[in-house]
Design a protein around this ligand. Structure first.
Ligand code: PLP
Length: 397
């Protein structure tokens, strides 16, 4: 059975064009780009091209791109760099809905004397920019706000936030792991100091990412060792991965507008079909400012994990909005921050599409989901037959 892959915010398939450029690097061009011989030097030229492609896709300079191993490394590097470059400033601002790559680091930093302000969101997952403005202090070293949320797809007004933060002389970092490759981002119009992306979210392989560091921003490396990446990230470069990322960035930049239209139409058909055919189902998140590929839908009275298991029997891959912590299923921190009632949050499913998603994939979900939910509700101790165990949905738009 071919999988129906609607979990592209978790990771993506490597694009065939990307694989075609990457395989010869793995097979033939295995030299070390730091070597003096021309065999290694040839690989250096491939890195240069990948850096140029990445920079062009983001409208920045090639020397502002630092290749990393993943999004988590980029986020950690940016935030730690900002704090180390400003040793007298001990305050950081972020949001309650960040990925653990930022949130867990912030919690860790609190144990090391950094004071962190966590900004909340409303029931549609939106930030309050006045609250953000009020949170900025003289001793704020860095503000870290994600570009787009991985669970709901909600897009924050990051260019506006970056402008507000930098005008106060505070460093601004954005985790754009879910946004790059899905919506156009131009660093020419976005005054961020740091921006992070990850290859495996945009049809490049796992194990490669990039950190943008604005020219002139004081930088302190995270990995200390050799002089790779102009002394900003030590460690022999993942040359096949970097070449692949360069190609993936080029493909994304070329196709983003057409793909957005096509993927959005598929996503909207999927979402509208599910909401209209399944009673007591609601969308999580702001419908007006969202990634075109993502929908998060809450199905009342059912467990997300159970839905995923039944979807899996039909070859359908998706994600739930719960995480298994200490043996019990807890709704995700994102849905909790939005105030989604437990009876809905437990049954939240994220479908995330890609350029490879087809009409037939959407048809399959629309065909199978009503039966899956009806079956699970029959077994649910909280189903309509036994009374309502929770409140009203947080967001019905
Ligand atoms: N930030 C966001 C918003 C993400 O969705 C993810 C991955 O899911 C990461 C950071 C971490 O990226 P990586 O898996 O490349 O470390």
């Amino acid at each position: 059975m071919n999988e129906i892959y609607l979990d592209n915010n978790a990771t993506t398939r490597v694009a065939p064009e990307v694989l075609d450029e990457m395989l010869p690097v793995l097979r033939d061009h295995y030299g070390n780009p730091s070597s003096m011989h021309s065999f290694g030097g040839g690989v250096g030229a491939l890195l240069k091209k990948a850096r140029e492609r990445t920079a062009e896709a983001l409208s920045c300079r090639p020397d502002e791109i630092v290749f990393t191993s993943c999004g988590t490394e980029g986020d950690n590097t940016a935030i730690l760099s900002a704090l180390r470059a400003n040793p007298d400033k001990k305050h950081m601002v972020t949001t309650r809905v960040e990925h653990p790559a930022v949130l867990s680091l912030a919690k860790h930093l609190e144990t090391r004397g950094v004071e962190v302000t966590y900004l909340g969101v409303d029931d549609a997952g939106r930030l309050d920019l006045d609250e953000l403005r009020r949170s900025l202090r003289k001793d704020t070293a860095v503000v870290s706000v994600m570009y787009a949320n991985n669970e709901t797809g909600v897009v924050f007004p990051v260019p506006e936030i970056a402008d507000m933060v930098r005008r106060r002389g505070i460093l601004f970092h954005t985790d754009a792991v879910q946004a790059v490759g899905k919506i156009p981002i131009s660093l020419a119009d976005l005054p961020a100091d740091f921006l992070v992306l990850s290859g495996h979210k945009l049809h490049a392989p796992k194990g490669v990412g990039a950190l943008y560091v604005r020219r002139g921003t004081l930088f302190r490396p995270f990995l200390i060792g050799g002089h790779q990446e102009r002394g900003r990230r030590a460690g022999t470069e993942n040359t096949p991965g970097i070449v692949a990322l360069g190609k993936a960035m080029e493909l994304a930049a070329m196709g983003i507008v057409d793909e957005n239209t096509r993927v959005r139409a598929l996503r909207d058909r999927l979402e509208a079909g599910l909401l209209s055919s399944i009673p007591d189902s609601v969308r999580n998140g702001d419908p007006d400012n969202r990634l075109p590929n993502t929908t998060s839908i809450a199905f009342k009275y059912v467990e997300g994990e159970a839905i995923l298991l039944l979807l899996d029997t039909f070859g359908i891959c998706a994600s739930s909005g719960s995480a298994c912590t200490s043996g019990s299923l807890e709704p995700s921190h994102v849905l909790r921050a939005m105030g989604v009632p437990f009876t809905y949050a437990h049954g939240s499913i994220r479908f995330s599409l890609s350029r490879y998603t087809t009409d037939a994939d959407v048809d399959a979900v629309l065909r199978e989901m009503p039966g899956i939910i009806a079956r699970l509700r029959e077994m649910s101790p909280f189903s309509a037959a036994t009374g309502d165990a929770g409140g009203k949905p947080a967001c019905t738009r």
